[in-house]
Every structure is written in structure tokens, then in C-alpha cells.
Design a protein around this ligand. Structure first.
Ligand code: PLP
Length: 384
């Protein structure tokens, strides 16, 4: 029997719905044609609905890291102070980007699996003046979800300090209420909880962030300069640099799926799936990297039990049709990560738990077959 492609239960790219792939196969439009302009505009407006904002949305060819860089260079300049709240690898990335532009980044770092207490952030802001704070909503290396609403409350006492949020592993799966939570910039991308193939960098700037850009004037990065992009976002019949036409068609369909499902229902579904994954794995006796209080709804990082080898386990998972990711950085070899976000259903959740049971057994770790699936089913059954 021929083997199927495994299901991509990694923290991005996530499984892509057939309707999105189909939308992307449309004959490539001219990038300033009226048909495409309409689709582009609708896409930008849909992103505003998802991120609950009246701000300016910019969606261009690139990945999440480009969006992070756009946020940094359009709000900070050489010599400015930036406070980076880091819950892992992607938090740290903001400091690396800032360093390239001579921006002074101070890091507040949590021990792996924990969060930086918002009170600590408050104390640091009292101690020193910062032009901006970056927060990673869900750090994909640790599967920790930051208390972004509480951090917004702390930052509301510092109107000159911008709140920049990396939503990459959360947008479309966990609420990000830009308007009500005082978030000035959100950066995100397509291949995670939005459920669309990789390739579009998305940034949203509110009035506060736009005023900062105005004060900065010309910045030391050309492609990232939002002043070159905003006229195109307002009127896509104009040209600056060619948009990823077919990817925008896919994103447009991805947004339709999200808004049709309804934001509240979608966030609740992600919450449920996170609980189901963790209940299933817990029933097999395995531990998590993230403190359960801060466990993300979109992905989970799981410690290997003693004697289970990372490579062997993940190839067993592949054998059973499920792709999971290894640990990042200091967690490499010690843990694996499961993405459970975007356009998946209970089927992928239950298959994943089933494959984990079978794979642990295959690599010689004794588990009770069905124990994990049963526990996950118990979390889901009332909602199916
Ligand atoms: C994946 C990820 C990124 C990087 O996105 P790329 O598209 O791979 O550049 C940044 N931040 C977080 C939280 C992520 O999960």
C-alpha cells in the first residue's frame, strides 16, 4: 500500500484546507487588476476583524520574521531602549533584530515553561525608560502563552512605551483584542493558526504606532518601510513591490473560513483541542514543558520519558502518519512539539494521540493503548 503524506501537526505550517489550495490555483491575476485589488482589500479588512482593530494592516510577501523586523524598524531607532519579554527562542529573536539596528534591547527572561510576571515588567518600566516592549503571545519553543491582556494593563500606565505583540503562533486561534488591550503593533503570518501556506508577513499598526513612525521619518530599511507600503494597502491599484498574488487568494479564503466559523467559536475550539491533547498525553504519563497555568491553546511541548530517543520517536510518528516537531534550542532531543491549531478537526487531534501511543510502544516505552485517546475523547465528546 502506498504511504500517504503525514499530517503536519507541527507548529507551522499547519494543515491547509482544500478550499484554500483551490483558491490559490486560480490563474494568476495582474497584481493591479480590478479583480485582485478587490480581493486584496477584502483580505486586509478581514485581518482587521480578526485582530479587532481599526489600525493599518500591511500584508506583504515574507514570513513572520520579516513582520517582526517591520515592527521594530518602524517604531525604534538607533540608540532607543527596547524591553524584550522573552518566554523562549522567538522572544529572544526580537533582541537579535534590534541589535542589527543599534537598538538597545534589555531582556526579561522566564525560566523555560514559565512566564515573566507582569509585576516584574511593571517594576522594570518604573526603573528605566523604554520606547517599546515586545511580547511573544505564544512562544513556539516553549509552548507558553503570555498573559497579554494583563501586560496591556501594565503598559497602559506608560503611554510613551509602545506595546508590540508577536502573534505568529496565536493569531486566528487565540483572541488578540488590539483595540481593548492597548496593543500598538501586532505582527503575524499565515502558516500557523491562520491555516494558510507560508509566505505572507502581516503587521498591524494603531494610531499610536503610526505617530511614532511619523516622528522617526526615514528608516534604515527599504522593503520594511511602512510609508512605502501604506499607499498600496489603501489603494492596491498602485505599485511599490509585487504582492504574492496567489498567496493572497489563499489568505482571502483562509479568512473566510475563520469568519464563517466565528471568532469566539474558533477560539473556544482551540482551547478545547489544547485541553484534549494535554489530557491525552497526561494519561500516558508524560510531562509538559509549559506550566499548565500558561499552556498555549495552539501547541504543546512534551518531555520525552527516560530512554525515548527523539529521532526514533519522531520517525515512528511519521510511520503512523503524523509529523511532529523536535524541541528547539536547549530542549532539542529532550522534548517534542505538537501544533494543534488552524483548520484541524477532532480527527487530527485523536489520530495524533493514537500515533503517540503507538510510537511510544514501538520505541519500547510501555503505555496502555487507548488510555490517551480515551482521555482526549472525554474532553471532546460533548462538543462533537
Ligand atoms: C514561527 C514563529 C515566528 C517566525 O515565523 P517565520 O514565518 O518562520 O519567520 C516568529 N514568532 C513566533 C511566535 C513563531 O511561532
Amino acid at each position: 500500500m502506498s504511504k500517504r503524506e503525514p499530517i503536519v501537526m507541527i507548529p507551522g505550517p499547519t494543515p491547509v484546507d482544500d478550499s484554500i489550495l483551490k483558491a490559490m490555483t486560480h490563474r494568476t491575476y495582474g497584481h493591479t487588476s480590478s479583480q485582485f485589488v478587490q480581493i486584496y482589500k477584502e483580505t486586509l479588512s478581514g485581518l482587521k476583524d480578526i485582530l479587532m482593530t481599526d489600525g493599518e494592516v500591511i500584508a506583504v510577501a515574507g514570513a513572520g520574521t520579516l513582520a517582526m523586523e517591520m515592527a521594530v524598524v518602524n517604531t525604534l531607532k538607533n540608540g532607543d531602549n527596547l524591553l524584550v519579554i522573552s518566554h523562549g527562542h522567538f522572544g529572544d529573536r526580537f533582541a537579535r533584530i534590534a541589535g542589527r539596528y543599534g537598538i538597545n534591547a534589555d531582556l526579561l527572561t522566564a525560566s523555560p515553561g514559565e512566564i515573566v510576571d507582569p509585576e516584574k515588567i511593571a517594576a522594570e518600566l518604573k526603573r528605566k525608560k523604554y520606547r517599546a516592549v515586545t511580547v511573544t503571545h505564544v512562544d513556539t519553543s516553549t509552548a507558553v502563552c503570555a498573559p497579554i491582556e494583563d501586560i496591556g494593563k501594565v503598559l497602559s500606565n506608560y503611554p510613551d512605551t509602545l506595546y508590540i505583540l508577536d502573534g505568529v503562533c496565536a493569531t486566528g486561534g487565540i483572541e488578540e483584542n488590539m483595540r481593548d488591550w492597548g496593543i500598538d503593533v501586532i505582527v503575524t503570518t499565515t502558516q500557523k493558526a491562520l491555516g494558510v501556506p507560508p509566505g505572507i508577513a502581516i503587521c498591524v499598526f494603531n494610531d499610536h504606532a503610526l505617530a511614532r513612525k511619523k516622528a522617526l521619518g526615514t528608516i534604515p530599511n527599504y522593503y520594511c518601510d511602512i510609508d512605502l507600503w501604506l499607499p498600496i494597502m489603501h489603494d492596491p491599484t498602485k505599485y511599490f513591490s509585487t504582492p504574492p498574488v496567489n498567496l493572497i487568494l489563499g489568505l482571502n479564503q483562509g479568512i473566510r473560513i475563520i469568519l464563517d466559523e466565528g471568532l469566539e467559536a474558533r477560539f473556544a475550539r482551540h482551547h478545547r483541542y489544547g485541553n484534549a491533547i494535554r489530557a491525552g498525553i497526561k494519561a500516558l504519563g508524560l510531562d509538559f514543558l509549559a506550566n499548565p497555568l500558561y499552556a498555549a491553546a495552539t501547541l504543546t511541548s512534551v518531555f520525552y520519558p527516560d530512554g525515548v530517543n527523539d529521532t526514533e520517536f519522531r520517525s515512528a510518528m511519521d510511520h503512523y502518519g503524523i509529523l511532529v516537531a523536535g524541541g528547539l534550542g536547549p530542549m532539542a532531543g529532550k522534548s517534542f512539539r505538537i501544533g494543534h491549531m488552524g483548520n484541524i478537526t477532532h480527527q487530527e487531534i485523536l489520530l495524533t494521540i493514537s500515533a503517540i501511543e503507538l510510537s511510544l510502544r514501538r520505541v519500547g516505552h510501555n503505555v496502555k493503548l487507548g488510555a490517551g485517546v480515551g482521555a482526549a475523547e472525554a474532553e471532546l465528546a460533548d462538543h462533537l
